[in-house]
Write a protein that binds this ligand. Structure first.
Ligand code: IMP
Ligand code: MG
Length: 183
């Protein structure tokens, strides 16, 4: 089988670009369907991992009044969540009264989502919803179920389409999964 090796770890194919883009289109149409007349949504891309999904889903939603902005968090070291989420870059615009759509690459424990929603609430937005390309329901420890989900996946470590291993592999067009150790 085809494989890629990043930092000494071997990954095998998991989701092809074509399947990913199909789910991006579906998620975008759900977001568009739920907008209220006159809504000028602000998309909030959670860096770094979500930048590829955000670019694709934002263009696919295709509402001319929509805006996009960025916030940055870091929680992973290697293939494990540290459980501590650091905000590395903050928000500059006001979200008061805005329809906010958080764009995540993946919801794992949900700790990032929980912290983010708590931070946003202080600004009194009209509504806050979260769209994630990937969701690992079995890893969720927080009750932070995202409103829009591209794929539900098991609790395995993946890379590509924005997702990284210590900063590498984000540019892969497909998504790859860490190969199980051979016994
Ligand atoms: P959470 O706070 O545990 O939900 O973690 C969310 C963040 O952890 C994501 O936005 C990713 O940056 C990172 N993450 C979680 N699972 C993976 C994975 O399988 N591959 C790469 N990054 C991951
Ligand atoms: Mg992330």
């Amino acid at each position: 089988m085809e494989e890629v090796t990043i930092k000494g770890l071997t990954f095998v194919p998991y989701l092809k670009e074509e399947e990913i883009l199909k789910q991006v289109k579906r998620v975008a149409s759900e977001i568009r369907r739920d907008l209220e007349p006159g809504d000028a949504p602000i998309f909030l891309c959670v860096l770094n991992g979500a930048f590829v999904f955000a670019a694709d889903v934002f263009r696919e939603v295709d509402v001319p009044e929509s805006e996009i902005t960025f916030i940055r968090f870091k929680s992973y070291e290697g293939t494990q969540s540290t459980g501590v989420v650091k905000q590395v870059m903050g928000l500059t615009e006001s979200l008061e009264g805005r329809t906010v759509i958080i764009i995540e690459d993946i919801v794992d424990t949900g700790v990032t989502a929980q912290q983010l929603r708590a931070t946003l609430k202080e600004q009194n937005p009209k509504s806050v919803k979260m769209a994630t390309l990937l969701f690992k329901p079995q890893s969720l420890t927080t009750g932070q179920v995202p409103e829009y989900v591209g794929f539900e996946i098991p609790s395995k470590f993946i890379i590509g389409y924005g997702l990284d291993l210590d900063g590498q592999a984000r540019g892969l067009r497909d998504i790859w999964v860490l190969k199980d150790k051979e016994k």
